[in-house]
Design a protein around this ligand. Structure first.
Ligand code: SF4
Ligand code: SF4
Ligand code: SF4
Ligand code: FES
Length: 982
């Protein structure tokens, strides 16, 4: 290892280490205001000057080299550091005592202290710009902005929304949104990256302002007065005394601000962060150490917590009496639940009752739910909402490689030479994963192919965008496989060593000529050949897919075709390769992993395997049912048929999010006894007999498992709202009133039990998951986990993968003369799913108040539709009334409707057709008729939605432009301007 001497002490270095990182790692100290390890060198602040052989270097921008002799404290280096920082202070008024950012982590404050700055030599100069308050979640104060450019770097190169820049050539540079728009009307997606990395108070969460400090809630005039007083005494006292006061105030804050680690409650990316709270007020979300996300979040994780303290939270159990709900005590409600479930079990047998667990709840809660079903009631009728989205992807992977989870990690997606995205609006549905792909594509030459019906952000960024006909991905994917095999560019060495079934698979590909695929999918043969060529040229390919694939009648087969393609190109078993079905909910992976499935006990252990059952029977001290239970689609049918009479459902808005929602609602109305546990009175609660108030993620402990199979702990941020209870406690109460005798005191004890019964989680325990530590299953008893699966073998007895033949059947519910338009549906960036949580955040409502239907410009012209025109959509199953949004994201006779609506849910239109292998509804195969209504309203998306902004892509902060300013001179003498960017 190269060795470097710093201030006389020799240190061993690490590969590709920056000098600043070495100094920090070895306990040295050099100021560094613009440097942030997750942003890399930004080089705007010049405070990190060090001396080497008489020359000055920026420590943040130089890699270590053997034999370097560095001084961080020489007179020359120190003078340059102070001079640089002086320039920074000329852009920033120090008023720490009355600043909401005075929380011990303000870089400007801490650097003032580190450099023992006593007076500001270059006076503060106000900038001629107003504070910008136009974003609902954060504000920008140009006067406090030190022009470090961290925010620009984060927006341009980490989030890659490309909204921010600095006008370096202007006499008064500042941060610009879309080159000069207000924040509110810009392309800003409110992801919060910029606010998170801002080293001072120039960008602040509005939820912090007036709340974090003891004196910051004063009126503006009083605050200004105090700032004037402080500034007035500074020439005499110097900063030392002033900083001491602000540090005393900062220390007082430590006692009342709590910082608690949690995991995001929305999508399956698994972002984790500290939540800062003062009593029940959420001050801010601070992402930094999350293994999946680092500094990244999207608007929902950063700002979407309005549901926590919302006045509509359920805090009292409700019992239906004579058609109306009345409040009840917990004791009464639980007694009724136990009595009715027990009565039904005696009267109609255990299989007359079914259980739906929540993919928003923790692993431990899903485990208890399936244990309640199996061990206490005696039925395998238990499922979760992965049935609605992910089961087909899981099946495709079970068939071919053995484990039903992502084969690698987000870091593998970053490393790939080629990312192929099929049927996933990643930038909106899995925003933080999208940032990694966008960044590798922008900065590292990664190639991107996107196949989708809509030209969404990822499609616009792609090197190649395919727009196949709805539901035809299987055909073109299989044709690519055949083409690669036929042309001798498949990875035969890999196949020989690692895959079974090649001959049969090749035979199954016979119908999939390029010509046939082009005919079926509508994608020209030449384009398909380009795809094949790009795949064959890529050394490492990842395929990402989501509900655009799985929510089709051939969702399992198309997922299988994807995995087959990865196998024949040898794109498994190496970093930067693999299969990535992107999980929708925060814990949809974990709910299935922990046995909320009708055919599997926890850890995907089959209910009909006597050895497995024996192990659980011994552990649980009961006899277990062996016949596969009903999945949630079959449950609805069974209710209609009178075979299922009771249901206990947790945290699932099933009457809105299941397909053919009218039919599902009719079923619920027929239930003899229905318990719904939720945090709000959802639409599904309307059908309940008993409603139990559960607790949201911030009010409980447990673990979630993200799309990367990453198990992470969430800690309790807040006590449950009075009257509400953590869901695991409620389930335990129900079980015990049915005679179970469970005695879990804490979710960690549940996890210990899971580990003892489930080989896949053998080494999982709360100590190994402490803080930001995490494990990616499978986890061996010694705690070894597998961030990249299949490094030594595939998960089949002989260690080999299986090529699995599939054939082309084609989608159901095709357009005809009556239902002449294809209706696609899915998520929006700002809202999660039906919106039960996100509509409770005011800023999200402001930006995205309602659902709509996207109509192509061609169709709009043909039918006389404009944005805001009310239309009625009628399918074979129902109808909704909704406003149109005319956009070129959709083409021709294809419509798109986001699912964020309780009033006009798209699932009133979808059918009961399913993928026969998994019973996942074919949500994306819906044909409709469109009636234009006479009313024309406002556009359903207001001007302040980020879609209407105009991003300004550039190469990060572009500090070279600052260096070219006539008034710029590097501080100190002798800076060697040899550093280049990353
Ligand atoms: S998109 Fe908006 S919130 Fe996100 S980094 Fe850019 S400017 Fe900041
Ligand atoms: S707003 Fe941006 S440029 Fe200004 S101080 Fe904050 S991170 Fe630096
Ligand atoms: S919704 Fe997903 S991407 Fe957004 S913060 Fe939460 S986990 Fe991260
Ligand atoms: S830390 Fe700002 S230039 Fe190095």
């Amino acid at each position: 290892m190269p060795k470097v001497a710093i201030d006389g002490v020799v240190h061993e270095t690490q590969p590709n280490e920056l000098l600043i990182d070495l100094i920090n790692r070895t306990g040295g100290s050099v100021p560094h205001v613009c440097y942030h390890p997750q942003l890399g060198p930004v080089q705007t602040c010049d405070t990190c000057m060090v001396e080497e052989n008489g020359r000055l270097l920026r420590a943040c921008a130089i890699g270590v080299a053997d034999g370097m002799t560095i001084s961080t404290k020489s007179a020359k280096a120190s003078a340059a550091q102070v001079e640089a920082f002086d320039r920074i202070l000329s852009n920033h008024m120090l008023y720490c005592t009355v600043c909401d950012n005075n929380n011990g982590n303000c870089t400007v404050h801490n650097t003032t202290k580190l450099l023992a700055i006593s007076h500001q030599r270059i006076p503060f100069r106000s900038k001629p710009y107003e504070v910008d308050n136009t974003n609902p979640f954060y504000r920008y104060d140009p006067d406090q902005c030190i022009l470090c450019g961290r925010c620009v770097e984060a927006c341009q190169n980490v989030e890659v929304n490309e909204t921010l820049s600095i006008n370096w050539e202007d006499p008064n540079p500042r941060v610009l949104w879309d080159g000069g728009s207000t924040i509110g009307e810009s392309s800003c997606v409110s992801c919060g990256h910029c606010v998170t990395v801002c080293p001072c108070n120039a960008l602040m969460e509005k939820s912090m302002l007036g709340h974090a400090g003891f004196l910051t809630c004063l009126r503006k005039s009083a605050l200004s007065g105090m700032i004037d007083v402080v500034k007035g005494v500074e020439p005499e006292t110097g900063y030392g005394a002033i900083l001491q006061i602000s540090e005393a105030e900062e220390a007082m804050r430590e006692h009342r601000i709590r910082k608690t680690k949690t995991v995001c409650t929305y999508c399956g990316v698994g972002c984790s962060f500290d939540v800062w709270t003062k009593d029940r007020h959420i001050l801010k979300v601070a992402p930094e150490h999350g293994p999946a996300n680092g500094i990244s979040t999207c608007v929902k994780g950063k700002f979407g917590w309005g549901h926590i303290n919302n006045e509509d939270r359920l805090t009292t159990p409700l019992i239906r009496e004579e058609g109306k709900f009345r409040q009840a005590s917990w004791d009464e409600a639980l007694a009724l639940v136990a009595h009715k479930l027990s009565e039904l079990k005696t009267k109609s047998g255990p299989d007359s009752i079914a259980f739906i667990s929540s993919s928003k709840c923790t692993n431990e809660e899903s485990y208890l739910m399936q244990k309640l079903a199996r061990a206490v009631i005696g039925t395998n009728n238990v499922d979760n909402c992965s049935r609605y989205c992910q089961s087909p992807a899981t099946m495709g992977l079970f068939r071919t490689v053995g484990y039903g989870g992502d084969s690698g990690s987000i870091s593998d997606m970053e490393k790939a030479d080629l990312v192929l995205i099929v049927g996933s609006n990643t930038a909106e549905s899995h925003p933080v994963i999208a940032t990694r792909v966008k960044s590798s594509h922008k900065l590292d030459g990664q190639k991107l192919i996107v196949s989708d019906l809509r030209e969404h952000e990822m499609a616009r960024r792609a090197d190649l965008f395919l727009h196949p006909r709805p539901g035809t991905d299987l055909a073109w994917l299989s044709a690519i496989s055949r083409y690669l095999l036929d042309n001798g560019v498949a990875d035969t060495k890999f196949l020989d060593q690692w895959a079974n079934g090649l001959a049969e698979y090749r035979k199954s590909l016979e119908p999939f000529t390029m010509e046939a695929a082009a005919r079926i999918s509508g994608v020209p043969e030449e384009t398909l050949k380009t795809v094949a060529q790009m795949i064959s040229e890529a050394e490492r390919m990842c395929i990402l897919w989501a509900m655009g694939v799985t929510q089709h009648s051939q969702g399992s087969d198309t997922s299988t075709a994807i995995s087959n393609l990865l196998l024949i190109t040898g794109n498994y078993m190496r970093p930067g390769t693999g299969a990535y079905p992107l999980r929708g909910h925060n814990n949809v992976q974990g709910a299935s992993d922990h046995g909320a499935m009708p055919n599997m006990l926890p850890g995907y252990q089959s209910v009909d395997d006597p050895e497995v059952r024996q192990r659980f029977e011994t552990g649980w001290k009961v006899k277990l049912p062996s016949a596969k239970g009903l999945d949630n689609h079959q449950m609805v049918e069974a209710i209609h048929e009178g075979k299922l009479n009771g249901m206990y459902l947790i945290g699932e808005e099933m009457s809105i999010v299941d397909s053919n929602a009218n039919y599902v609602g009719d079923a619920f109305a027929k239930l003899e006894f229905f318990v719904v546990q939720d945090i709000f009175f959802s639409n599904t609660c309307r059908y309940a007999d008993v409603v139990l108030p559960g607790a949201p993620s911030l009010e409980k402990e447990g673990t979630f498992t993200s799309t990367e199979r990453r198990i992470q702990r969430l800690y309790q941020v807040l006590e449950p709202l009075e009257g509400a209870r953590p869901d695991w406690e409620i389930t335990q109460e129900v079980a015990n009133r049915l005679g179970a005798g469970w005695q879990y005191q804490h979710p960690s004890e549940i996890m210990d039990e899971i580990a003892s019964l489930t080989p896949m989680f053998a080494g999982v325990n709360y100590e190994r998951l402490a803080g930001y530590r995490c494990l990616q299953w499978p986890v061996a008893a010694d705690g070894t986990d597998e961030p990249l699966l299949y490094t030594k073998r595939f998960a089949f007895p002989d260690g080999k993968a299986r090529l699995f033949p599939v054939s082309w059947i084609g989608p159901t519910d095709q357009p005809d003369s009556e239902f002449d338009l294809h209706l696609n549906n899915g998520r929006l960036l700002e809202h999660f799913h039906e919106g039960n949580l996100t509509y409770r955040t005011e800023g999200i409502r402001e930006k995205t108040p309602d659902t709509f239907v996207e109509v192509s410009p061609e169709l709009a012209e043909e039918r006389g539709i404009q944005s805001g025109t009310w239309v009625q959509l009628v399918s074979r199953y129902g109808q909704v009334r909704v406003r149109a949004l005319v956009t070129d994201r959709v083409q021709g006779r294809e419509l798109y409707m986001p699912m964020n609506s309780l009033e006009s849910p798209v699932n009133r239109l979808t059918s009961s057709h399913t993928d026969p292998v998994t019973n996942t509804p074919a949500y994306k195969e819906t044909s409709v008729h469109l009636n234009v209504l006479p009313e024309v309203g406002e556009s359903p998306l207001p001007r302040i939605n980020s879609r209407f902004g105009h991003p300004t892509p550039q190469n990060g902060v572009e500090v070279e432009r600052k260096w070219k300013r006539p008034d710029y001179a590097a501080p100190g003498n002798g800076l060697v301007q040899l550093q280049t960017k990353k």
